[in-house]
Design a protein around this ligand. Structure first.
Ligand SMILES: Cc1cc2nc3c(=O)[nH]c(=O)nc-3n(C[C@H](O)[C@H](O)[C@H](O)COP(=O)(O)OP(=O)(O)OC[C@H]3O[C@@H](n4cnc5c(N)ncnc54)[C@H](O)[C@@H]3O)c2cc1C
Length: 297
């Protein structure tokens, strides 16, 4: 049996592995991304996703990369779509274009305000929250619909409880699965999942994980998302004398973190790749040796 949509893959009883990419700004970047994809294809990811830049800034680029992944690399692919700067009609049109191109998954997001603008504002009468895109994508009847989740709470959320209520609202509107913001402490993820379950969120919640290979990456993500870094990880990284040692610690931690999540019942792992392959191939090798990531998929 061939499992085409992400939601079907999530219900076949095996962990689902996926990679996230961003559309490169330059042609050299596109070539480098295609090289990364060549290296990752042998791992048989269940799907890959492509991000969407603020205010439609990557609209064409995202579409181009999505179609190349589908046609050239023959992978199940999921474009991200955000409310930022778009009317309902524009979102509807993009969904129709994707459906006509044979794309059957979409990650429905609100998005963040463009650089330099602090406060989130939808376009006049446009979609204001991810739930609005969820409804449109679900009603199209051809998409597996993913949404974002925040194990440490969304930075703008009124409260953690309210944020979970809104997650449940996205599920009632037709979301099929959740992918989380990156995190480094599995206890936070497991607590989030149990709170979401209590709020009636029964769909799979896939942890989003970033293998750390540079201190600067970690600092950037900590600044952007305020994510908690366990003191033991911080201490191990602080002892590193060069980038090679940082990568060793980062990838060993990532492999152990993923194994622990899968052992704890996570339905798979979504890797934030930063368009690079080496970290993912290393973690893949560890998960394969532990029997979590079989080639026989
Ligand atoms: C896996 C993943 C992929 C991502 N990919 C991208 C990307 O490609 N491009 C990009 O720009 N950003 C991306 N982001 C970032 C994301 O768009 C931002 O974090 C954004 O601020 C929140 O998006 P959301 O979809 O969770 O929004 P929402 O679900 O709309 O939530 C946003 C805020 O509003 C509140 N809220 C939700 N619904 C309602 C409601 N009905 N009424 C009132 N308040 C509500 C929530 O509590 C939260 O505080 C991604 C995030 C994740 C986790």
């Amino acid at each position: 049996m061939i499992y085409n949509q992400i939601k079907e893959r999530l219900y076949r009883g095996l962990p689902v592995f996926s990679f996230e990419f961003f559309p490169p700004k330059t042609e050299d970047g596109v070539d480098a991304l295609y090289e990364t994809l060549e290296e990752l294809v042998p791992m048989k990811p269940d799907f890959v996703s492509v991000t969407y830049g603020a205010g439609g800034s990557t609209k064409e680029k995202t579409h181009r990369i999505v179609m190349a992944i589908k046609d050239k690399f023959k992978l199940e692919v999921m474009p991200h779509l955000t409310c930022v700067g778009h009317s309902h009609d524009e979102i509807q049109q993009m969904l129709e274009e994707y459906a006509a191109s044979g794309i059957s998954n979409v990650l429905a997001l609100r998005g963040d305000p463009p650089k330099g603008i602090d406060e989130w504002k939808p376009v006049e009468g446009g979609p204001a929250h991810a739930v609005d895109i969820v409804k449109m994508a679900h009603n199209a009847g051809v998409f597996s619909v993913g949404v974002a989740g925040f194990p440490e709470g969304h930075p703008e959320a009124v409260s953690f409880g309210k944020d979970i209520e809104y997650l449940a609202q996205k599920v009632r509107a037709g979301a099929d699965f959740v992918i989380t913001q990156l995190f480094f402490d599995n206890a936070l993820f497991l607590d989030y999942v149990s709170k979401a379950r209590r709020a009636g969120v029964t769909i799979p919640i896939i942890p989003g994980i970033m293998p750390v290979t540079r201190i600067s990456q970690l600092e950037k993500f900590k600044e952007l998302s305020g994510c908690y870094i366990p003191p033991e990880l911080k201490k191990a990284l602080s002892k590193c004398k060069d980038d090679r040692q940082v990568e060793e610690v980062g990838l060993a931690y990532c492999a152990a973190q993923c194994a622990d999540l899968l052992r704890s019942g996570a339905p798979g792992i979504h890797f934030y790749t930063l368009n690079k392959s080496r970290a993912c191939t290393t973690v893949h090798a560890a998960l394969q040796a532990l029997g979590y990531w079989s080639d026989d998929r």
